[in-house]
Design a protein around this ligand. Sequence first.
Ligand code: PA5
Length: 462
Amino acid sequence: MKIDFNNMLEKNVGKHGLTEEQINKMSEKIPMVHRNMNEKKASMAWRSLPYNQKEIVADMKAQAQRINADFENFVVLGIGGSALGSKALFTGTKHLKYNEIPREKRGGVRFYVVDNVDPDGINALLDVIDVKKTCFHVITKSGNTVETMSQFMIVLAKLKEELGDNYKDNIVITTDKENGIMKKISNQYGFKTYTVPDGVGGRFSVLCPVGLLSAAVLNIDIDALLGGAAAMDEACTRENLWENPAYMYALLYCAAMESGVNISVMMPYADGLLNMAEWYAQLWAESLGKHYSNDGSEVYTGQTPVRALGVTDQHSQVQLYTEGPFDKIIAFVDVEEFNTQLKIPMVPIDVMDAAYLQGQTLGKLIASEMRATEYAVTKSGKMNMRITLSRMDAYNIGAMFFLLEMATAAAGELLEINAFDQPGVEEGKIATFALMGREGYEKKAEELNQASDKDDQFIYNV
Ligand code: PA5
């Protein structure tokens, strides 16, 4: 994988780029970042995931074999960090119309992720799957998340209705080792259960059973996935900033934030990587969007992530990127070698101006469009960078997950905030419990009712 930061610099993008002075100033903090990353390593248990899961991986492979032999569909139920990693893994490595190709070609079950409580969305899935022939992987680290609990209850009732008492094999749980309602449920029903290790937060959990069971069921090479992460770990634990891409990523983004660059766009030039951009959006937003710093002072820090798709968004958002404000960094992600070579054929067209396309590949076209957009964005003075994957495979996807996790953790250290909590999300979770009438949340319900006075003057009923 190649990570190219050149276009973050003033010498390439002009006065809105980072100066040598800014970089040097920020780099003074790197020894502190490195020390903290080392000292906190034990509490960042996600950093050990590439190395310490031999037994669990073997167990999951066996489990996946059973699932692929006994079922037609595999459905992940979860939300946020419990779902986005599986989506990124799925589209990042598998056929883009996986569920629609014949089973012999797929080599396993159809794969779905349900990460919302839109009744139409859930109903649509239940319309196309036979629940009797479906294995549901219910993932919730806290074990209490209202969305996942509701999805689970709907599915459980349906399974009971269709299978009587013979539904135990249709459910696999991944949750905390002792806390939360889901753990109690799994104990009570005796479902096959995996654990989210302590120190592995939702958005850092893709390489534990949260994402690995999906990988196993999809016949993704887990050893390569973890091998890619381990190789990236080796680079991202180096002390020297000039050898450590995660530190450089964190440094440049944090230095840019100091100049008011508060948007981080990730724009992959591959349909299958759009979910990676979505996964990154959660990681970057939820980890770095913080009210308070470690010493309790108010900082209101963070950078708004935007996910865009090349080339599609060249015809929508890129106008803003080139001519709009200097408030964003665009991270282009490209792939050296696609799984498919598709040539634009020779066709009998009269318009000679289109003839130059004949015989060229779509791979060349998409690569040229990326280079052209990178050029235009750079020329317009906007900071950008590029991550190049040699291929979209398990190894590269594992490496990319790990690079971005390490960069996020290092950015947390530079910003002197806790990148691993999410008090802003918790507040919304508690308010939802109150609105849904959960016992013990009566005071919060009262608070919400008082806060909801709205002025009719500003409401238009049309
Ligand atoms: O990163 C996080 O911690 C969150 O996005 C969680 O993954 C999300 O809120 C779901 O939580 P849980 O896994 O506890 O159901």
